[in-house]
Write a protein of this length. Structure first.
Lengths: 323, 325, 300
């Protein structure tokens, strides 16, 4: 097994507001290895984006606070670092791509300037010619055609797919160890998405980078991820390899979620749907968070939170039905 | 013979590009370039395409939000542009309603739910307040909400619930056709299933026709009887959805299907190769010569850059490709 | 299948938890203090006849230029002193509140009504209507308002009506511009398209869909205008083309005391303080409203 780049232990993140404490992430643990794409799947408000932001300590303050757990990057708990030390890590060791390429790029700077910025900061390159070379090679790395002309373009002159590649160039420019991708293809068309994912797979092969892929789309999970964790209401319910998740899911939520995705290769008259809605993060139920909607619920599910059980090599579930 | 509710013939919409002080027209955005299809009573047509394909523009034209540059829309056999203004108001509009993609912006945030659903009735009928309110409560229950929800404001509901409200509003006037523009793409996965099931149930109950615009082929397959695949303003393949989606003929359809199918790593090991297109959809300002898709087509040949393919019949579907003869 | 109504917070509200005590006090006082001040001033204006100790226009040459009670030579008979004609400053201040506020509120009502109407009509209907209305708006905005007011006042002769008219004749333009901008944003909103699909007439859409959604920015502007108009009225009176004597307005009181600043400072100072209080209160309130109303709109 290749080296572990990132180890997250019992991460807890909350938002403190006038209405109370939103327990966005309630104790999440996982590992990401070199050259591995780890998927974090769930619906909106399940905590996947907050997890990603927590890893970079980019939560909106003062409301957002990491209240517990450890984030160990290459052996160092980054939660114990100072702000300047953390700034050195962002962009250099861990990088992030967000969903909307329109707002990820600054409209008043050329893309050349924007890619140059992290290079200048993290690699200390000041000489202009050297910078231009680095920027062009960063663009080439993301297979952007005619990079020498592109560096003078502004974001509005490019299509959505191209902009996402530019965002990717910025993220990859300092060759980080870990890339956090938060729904990077949601805003892209299906065929452009396919291109983009193929590109990232080849980048991963070249650089052995670890990728945390945050998404709600199971198609993307199937395509991109080696292993995947299913999140619900701030907790990970099941972690397994991608093929196991699709072929032999154990947690009722995972089963229901996969079943409710309409499949192009299947014709059904009615889709499987999950009744009800996710719980409020202000007022979480005492037991298992999925209990109010679970088709296989038992009494104990309402009372106590299930513990994580290692079912198989790399397959763990938090469910009373399984333990 | 099929009962055709709506027929579109060579629907074309070009937007002028104006520049300069005198606002001279320097070019045309050929958003929709001569598309034709029919929607039967009680059936669903899925209009599929990526952004820039022109499907939203086509929907807007049918909803009379855009004027056609050329072409005809026939409703129950009659040309819409022959309708008088009052005929449009009394005969067409109440019969053709819409559910939009974004459940957050499709409702006036300052109106209560019961007023939102009542509005079509207030504008189009002379029913009394009491009659209207009764109907509103009826509609709320039909879409799976409770009558208690009536006095609330939209922002107090979740996305899925708001789409239900939108559906209730669309049904208020007993339409024959509902245009649904990406009705579930803004919703969570588990909620999508709820809404799609609801739409199907309502279709059966009221013999509704749907025009579903979607980029997600799986959604389209679940909901549609016929499907039209659009690329850069034209229809490239059109026919029964089972036939088109199971045995596609046009290379673009094949690429879309490949991009939309769940392929697990082991499937790939078994030799299922994903089709990845190169480049991006060209601008509708300047479509490529010959076949518009040839610049990205993995099966393109020399003839494709010269000859403009016509939509031709192949069995019970239509395909626009120079290589299929 | 019943769904329960769920209020889902898409973005958490700013933390009260993370704020210092000082910050929290400041935050609430930006609302309460201005409101209290403005309410008091409005009450004073309404109950002026009951509150003022003297007749504001009564001349008493024996009591000329008396200082306020706390200064040397002053007495509690004339709390804030008297002006050069022996009129009680406090009484004039109280009645002045009435006049100054009336001008302000009347102008706000007139200009906001006209400006909003034209802004919505132009913004929604577009085309030549919009172009025409916006040209007129631009012309009004480019005229120096004080100059026009002065010209009108001079040609019509100064009076309460003249002042109101003079300020209103151009004062609607900023509203029209702002509301037209807001209308443009709403014109392309999904729910407006829906209203058209349902068959609503343009009038219904403008009244039922556009107007209720521009009320928020409109209210903010109206609140901010209160202070501005007090200053406009004061400026006009200061220049001698405002409210004519002997009626007191804060503006003409400042004007009266202008030449006596070094000796009878109280004649200009107290009305000046009153003006400042109203302007500050209005601005704080407007800012508070903007903070309160805009983020919610964004969340929607």
């Amino acid at each position: 097994m290749s080296d572990v780049i990132l180890k997250v232990e019992n991460l807890q993140t909350s938002f403190f507001t006038r209405a109370g404490e939103f327990k966005a992430v309630g104790g999440v643990s996982f590992e990401i290895h070199e050259g591995e794409t780890f998927g974090l799947v769930g619906e909106s408000a399940c905590g996947k984006t907050v997890t990603g932001l927590s890893l970079l300590r980019l939560l909106p303050e003062p409301a957002g606070q990491i209240v517990g757990g450890k984030i160990i990057l290459d052996g160092i708990n980054i939660l114990e670092l100072h702000k300047e030390e953390m700034r050195n890590i962002r962009g250099k060791k861990i990088s992030m791509i967000l969903q909307d390429p329109m707002t990820s790029l600054n409209p008043v700077y050329t893309i050349g300037d924007q890619i140059a910025e992290p290079i200048r900061q993290h690699q200390g390159i000041q000489d202009r010619n050297e910078l231009v070379d680095e920027v062009i090679s960063a663009l080439r790395f993301l297979q952007i055609p005619a990079p020498e002309q592109r560096i003078h373009d502004y974001p509005f002159q490019m299509s959505g797919g191209m902009r996402q590649r530019v965002v990717g160039s910025i993220a990859m420019s300092c060759r980080p160890r870990l890339l956090i991708a938060d729904e990077p293809t949601t805003a892209l068309d299906a065929t452009i998405q396919a291109q983009y994912l193929a590109l990232f797979k080849s980048i991963q092969e070249q650089t052995d980078i670890g990728i945390l892929f945050i998404t709600h789309d199971f198609g993307v999970v199937a395509d991109m991820c080696h292993r995947v964790a299913v999140m619900y209401a701030g907790k990970i319910l099941e972690t397994a390899s991608t093929s196991t998740i699709f072929k032999a899911p154990l947690h009722p939520y995972t089963v229901a979620l996969i079943n409710s995705v309409p499949r192009l290769d299947q014709k059904v008259d009615r889709l499987y749907s999950i009744e009800g809605q996710p719980p409020s993060l202000l007022n979480l139920p005492p037991g298992c968070r999925f209990a109010p909607r679970c088709p296989d619920v038992m009494d104990i599910c309402h009372e106590q939170q299930p513990k994580e059980v290692q079912v198989d090599d790399g397959h763990s579930v938090s469910c009373w039905k399984v333990s | 013979m099929a009962d055709v509710l709506l027929e579109v013939r060579e629907l074309t919409k070009h937007y002028p590009v104006k520049m300069g002080l005198l606002q001279r027209t320097v070019g045309w955005i050929r958003a929709v370039d001569g598309i034709s299809f029919t929607i039967e009573r009680g059936k669903t047509l899925g209009l599929v395409g990526e952004s820039g394909a022109g499907k939203t523009t086509a929907a807007k034209a049918i909803l009379l939000l855009e004027r056609l540059t050329s072409g005809n829309i026939l409703f129950e056999g009659k040309d819409l542009y022959q309708f008088s203004r009052s005929q449009l108001k009394t005969e067409y509009r109440p019969s053709v309603q819409s559910v939009q993609q974004n459940p957050w912006s499709s409702m006036n945030p300052r109106m209560r739910v019961r007023d939102i659903i009542a509005e079509p009735l207030i504008v189009n009928t002379k029913q009394s307040k009491k009659e209207i309110q009764t109907r509103v409560l009826e509609l709320l229950e039909q879409v799976g909400l409770s009558t208690e929800h009536a006095p609330y404001y939209p922002h107090e509901f979740s996305g899925g619930q708001r789409q239900r409200i939108a559906v209730a509003r669309a049904l208020a006037l007993n339409p024959s056709l509902v245009v649904l523009d990406e009705p579930v793409s803004a919703l969570d996965v588990s909620i999508r299933a709820q809404i799609m099931n609801l739409l199907k149930d309502l279709q059966g109950q009221y013999n509704l026709s749907y025009l579903v615009i979607a980029h997600n082929l799986a959604t389209v397959r679940f909901m549609s009887h016929t499907v039209a695949i659009m690329y850069l303003g034209q229809i490239v393949e059109y026919g029964d959805s089972e036939v088109v989606l199971q045995r596609p003929l046009h290379p673009y359809t094949k690429a879309l299907i490949s991009a939309s199918t769940l392929t697990l790593p082991e499937d790939r090991e078994q030799g299922v190769e994903p089709i990845i297109l190169s480049g991006e959809m060209p601008s509708p300002l300047n479509p490529p010569p010959g076949c518009r898709f040839h610049t990205r087509c993995p099966e393109a040949r020399e003839v494709c850059s010269r000859e403009i393919p016509e939509l031709r019949k192949f069995g019970n579907r239509w395909v626009r490709c120079s290589q299929l003869v | 299948m019943q769904d329960t109504v769920a209020t889902i917070e898409i973005a958490p509200k700013p933390a009260a938890h993370g704020m210092t005590r000082r910050a929290r006090i400041v935050r609430s006082s930006t609302f309460f203090i201005p409101v209290i001040i403005l309410t008091l001033i409005v009450l004073v204006a309404i109950f002026a006849p009951l509150l003022a100790p003297y007749n504001p226009v009564k001349i008493s040459l024996t009591d000329r230029l008396m200082p306020p009670f706390f200064a040397e030579g002053g007495s509690t008979e004339h709390f804030l002193g008297t002006d050069k004609l022996g009129r009680d400053v406090l009484s004039r201040l109280i009645f002045g509140a009435r006049i100054s506020l009336s001008v302000s509120l009347l102008v706000i009502l007139i200009t906001s009504a006209i400006g909003t109407m034209l802004g919505i009509i132009g913004g929604y209907l577009g085309g030549r209507t919009e172009a025409f209305l916006m040209r007129i708006t631009d012309i009004c905005l480019s005229f120096p308002a004080i100059l026009v007011a002065m010209l009108l006042a001079v040609s019509m002769g100064p009076s309460f009506t003249t002042v109101v008219l003079a300020v209103s004749v151009l004062g609607w333009a900023p509203y029209a511009r702002l509301i037209r901008g807001e209308t443009l944003k709403l014109r392309d909103a999904d729910f407006v398209a829906q209203a058209r699909i349902i068959g609503s007439s343009p009038v219904r859409i403008m009244l039922r869909h556009i107007f209720p959604n521009i009320v928020n920015p409109l209210t903010i502007i109206m609140t901010l205008q209160v202070g501005l108009l007090i200053i406009v009225e004061a400026s006009l009176s200061f220049l001698g083309v405002g409210i004519p004597p002997p009626e007191p307005s804060w503006g003409n009181m400042v004007n009266d005391g202008r030449n006596l600043i070094d000796t009878a400072w109280w004649i200009s100072t107290f009305p000046g303080i009153a003006i400042a209080l109203v302007v500050l209160s209005g601005n704080f309130l407007g800012d508070w409203l903007r903070d309160k109303l805009d983020p919610k709109l964004r969340q929607l």
